[in-house]
Design a protein around this ligand. Structure first.
Ligand code: IPM
Ligand code: MN
Length: 386
């Protein structure tokens, strides 16, 4: 008997409601041609829209299932607008949907936010590079502390908001586990595209910030356990430049939370845009898989959104399940999906509007669903041909 993995599917708001079903479609269709079914999906509504209707960000059942029962969570994005086009907020000022988007990272202690930046052949990049294989790195962003940890407050005097403070927390434990994760990841990869050297770049601002000095000291201690991986250091500003000027020298980069957030959007841009950027938030035992892009409420309902970021996030979920449970179906499913994405992009005919640029500007944009179906079909074929 194969182990059945239970998956909480939380599409959320806006275009995420269009792209997550395509990721599920791809996962369902590979199982159709594999020996057994090994994923059990349970889908729940959640986010800003749900909050506007019910006064809760998600049902108690959804919250319980996601936090306590699910083996993995496939999440879209949250955030929606009211009639005046203002984001819907909770009474505490946080965006409606915060408990799911950010809350889960803290509550499930998902300390590593993993953002692969890979340029697939046939995807337009704003960089002037000769070879698509020049961009293949992973940004590992600390996910539970830094400037985004919920340690903040405002000072109000006579009803006026006079001051606001966000505390940037960096701990030894937080730095140790995320840098170790980055080194272990580098060990499993093939090195940087430019020289095939396994390398972890420590991205910080340790010329200035105490938290970053601690982060770098801990990085150095952890690095001693990985003599086969090269150490590399860059201040975050220089790293942002480096991503644009010479991305091929990077293999894995590790950064505190807010720096990782910012540079991973640079990463998304060079890999063809947010529609191409998958992500995972990974902890000791639990993990959430989600595209980097948000809910883009203005595009919702047009069938235009690129589902590839979500489909690649689903492949990351299979990789993670495969590592955790030594599950061969998951491993072969993940590679079949990535190959399918690569094939569809290389051929270039079926693609959403965001990547119909440059050489591909004459291509008639396909819908979210058409792209999802095409990738699902190819992924099935890849499995059958093995
Ligand atoms: C991301 C997003 C979130 C983050 C926002 C919505 C708070 O930008 O996942 O990168 O910064 O964590
Ligand atoms: Mn972000």
């Amino acid at each position: 008997m194969v182990r059945e993995h239970t998956i909480a599917v939380l599409p959320g708001d806006g275009i995420a409601r269009e792209v997550i079903p395509e990721a599920v479609r791809v996962l369902e269709s590979i199982q159709d041609v594999q020996d057994e079914r090994y994923l059990k999906f349970k889908e729940f509504e959640c986010g800003g829209e749900y909050y506007a209707e019910t006064g809760r960000e998600w049902s108690q059942e959804a919250e319980r299932f996601a936090k306590e029962e699910a083996d993995a969570i496939l999440f879209g994005a949250v955030g929606c607008l009211d009639d005046d086009d203002n984001p819907i907020r909770l009474p505490d000022g946080n965006l409606a949907g915060y408990s799911i988007a950010l809350g889960l990272r803290f509550e499930l202690d998902l300390f590593a936010n993993v953002r692969p930046v890979r340029l697939y052949e046939g995807v337009p990049t704003p960089l002037n590079i000769k070879d698509d294989t020049e961009i293949d790195l992973v940004i590992v962003r600390e996910n539970t502390e830094g400037l985004y940890s919920p340690v903040r407050g405002t000072l109000t005097r006579c009803g006026n908001q006079e001051m606001a403070i966000d505390v940037r927390t960096i701990s030894r434990r937080g730095s140790e586990r995320v840098t170790r994760f980055a080194f272990e990841l580098s060990q499993k990869r093939n090195g940087a595209p430019s020289d095939q050297v396994k390398r972890v770049t420590c991205v910080d601002k340790s010329n200035l910030l105490a938290g970053c000095m601690l982060f770098r000291n801990v990085y150095n201690l952890v690095a001693e356990d990985f003599p086969d991986v090269e150490r590399d250091y860059q201040y975050v500003d220089a790293f942002a430049q480096g991503l644009v000027l010479k991305p091929s020298r990077y293999d894995v980069a590790v950064a505190p939370n807010e720096f990782g957030d910012i540079v991973s959007d640079v990463g998304a841009a060079i890999q063809g845009g947010l529609g191409m950027a998958p992500a995972a938030s990974i902890g000791e035992k639990r993990a959430v898989f989600e595209p980097v892009h948000g809910s883009a409420p203005k595009y919702y309902g047009q069938g235009k959104a690129n589902p590839i970021a979500s489909i690649l996030s689903a492949a990351m979920m299979l990789d993670w399940l495969s590592d955790r449970y030594a599950d061969k179906n998951c491993a072969s499913g993940a590679s079949a999906i990535r190959e399918a994405v690569a094939d569809v992009l290389r051929e270039g005919k079926v693609r959403t509007f965001d990547i119909c640029r440059e050489k591909w500007s004459d291509v008639n944009p396909a819908s979210t669903r058409e792209v999802g179906r095409e990738i699902a079909k190819r992924a099935q074929q890849n499995i059958q041909e093995r």
